[in-house]
Structure formats: C-alpha cells, structure tokens
Design a protein around this ligand. Structure first.
Ligand SMILES: [Zn+2]
Length: 254
C-alpha cells in the first residue's frame, strides 16, 4: 500500500467505534483529507495528543484507493498551540478558522497556500491577543485562495471604476455577485448590503497585503462593522449555511 508523508493540521476529530478516531486534516501537499486512526482511542502512546484540534503534525499515512478515507499510520507532533487551548476566546477564534477551512476546502484538492495561511493565523492567535481584524483578514485571504475573492474595485454591472468618480459614491455589496455595485445598479439586484468606499478599498488592500504586515494591522470602527456584515453574510450565502463557530463567536464580545 502506498505510504505518504506530509505536514498537516487537525481541523476535525471525532471518535469512531470503540477504539478508533476519524480525523480531518488540512495537509500541505494533498489538501483536505479524512483519515481513520486505528486504535487512537485506546493507545495514547501511538498518537499522543497529536490528533487534537489545532495540532500541527508530521503525518504518515497509507492510501490504497486514492479516494475516501486514508489510514493514519504515524504522527509526530510539531506544535500543539497550548496557548490557544487554555483560553476560551482563542478557542472560539480558532474553531472558526478550522470550520471555515473545512467548509471551503474540497477533499484532495492540494492548496499549499491555504495550509500556510491557516498555520500563519493559528500562530498569530497563539502569540497575540485575539483581535477581530484577524477574523476578517482570514476570511478575505481564504476567499481569495479558494477563488471567491470579493471584487470591489468597480461596479460589477455598469463597470464604473470607483477611482474615476469625483464625489464619494454610495456603494453596495451584492451577495449574489460577490462584488460591489453602484447605487443605481443596486436597485436591479436582490441581497445587497450598503458599505463605504473606505471598506471596499480596505478589502482590496488586505487581499494583496504582505502577511507580516497583517499581524498588527488595525481597522477603523466603521470598517470593522461594515466588513463583518459584508464578509460573514457573503460566506453564509456562498456556503448556504451559517457556521456554528461563527454563531458561537457572536456570543462573546470580539
Ligand atoms: Zn453601476
């Protein structure tokens, strides 16, 4: 049976039968894969705590079929993110990162940049106080990596570029189009959300920004509330459901 090795992050894990676990990984080289870890509930020695949520591991697995479940053979724990696990607010942030990735990533579709981005944001969460800007920046960058980057440079219908206008335009974000539209075009569409030119520019800027700059980047209060509205509604619209971890985040003051 072919044996593979890759770096991986545990994004879901649940017990299976009396002694096994089913684990979903986001891997560096193979995208999202689901694995059965035989005996993981019985033998602590073999997998230690490498199969807990958030764990960054070196995974060795067998894959006979090239489809369906793989068999986890061995895991070396690289980093367990202990400071996320001991802080409720960080756990809620982290759970949202994991759930969003799990929903957006297709099985066995390699996307090494998505892996790097998840690892980057988990590391930031480990090292810094949680800040709401990080949720929004994570959303913008993940949407881009999976091909759903919000298109906010111009009106998606009449194509007017926001930079060509003299006065500040009234903008709307169309959930259906994943793009901005001008006021007069917005009347032809359902599901539009008003937002400002400043927030449109911010979303555009974040999608290009160097990751190291992102860590300490701050939004204005207006940009925070508008980007929360636009991005979370767009994601809910796109996935066809509201994420549980997003609801849980709503119960705390972010
Ligand atoms: Zn227009």
């Amino acid at each position: 049976m072919p044996l593979y090795t890759t770096n991986a992050i545990v994004i879901r894990c649940y017990p299976y039968g009396e002694s096994d676990k089913i684990v979903t990984f986001l891997t560096k080289d193979f995208g999202k894969i689901k694995a059965i870890a035989k005996g993981a509930r019985r033998s602590r020695r073999r997998f230690q705590n490498a199969l807990d949520l958030f764990s960054h591991i070196r995974l060795i697995f067998f894959d006979r079929e090239g489809m369906g479940l793989v068999r986890a053979d061995n895991c070396d724990l690289l980093h367990s993110f202990p400071r996320i696990r001991e802080d409720l607010k960080k756990i809620l942030y982290g759970n949202y990162y994991l759930e969003l990735v799990n929903e957006m990533a297709g099985e066995r579709e390699a996307n090494s940049e998505a892996f790097d981005l998840l690892l980057f944001f988990l590391s930031a969460l480990e090292e810094m106080e949680p800040q709401e800007e990080h949720l929004r920046m994570f959303e913008i960058r993940m949407l881009s990596l999976f091909g759903y980057q919000p298109n906010v440079k111009r009106c998606n219908l009449c194509k007017r570029d926001w930079r060509e206008l003299r006065e500040t335009p009234s903008l709307f974000f169309s959930l259906e189009r994943g793009a901005s539209v001008c006021e007069s075009c917005s009347s032809a569409l359902n599901s539009v959300i008003p937002f400002s030119l400043g927030t449109a520019r911010l979303i555009e800027r974040i999608s290009q920004m160097d990751l190291e700059k992102i860590r300490r980047f701050k939004f204005t209060a207006q940009a925070l509330s508008e980007s929360r509205e636009v991005l979370t509604k767009f994601i809910t619209y796109h996935l066809g459901k509201e994420l549980k971890s997003l609801k849980a985040l709503g119960t705390i003051k972010t």
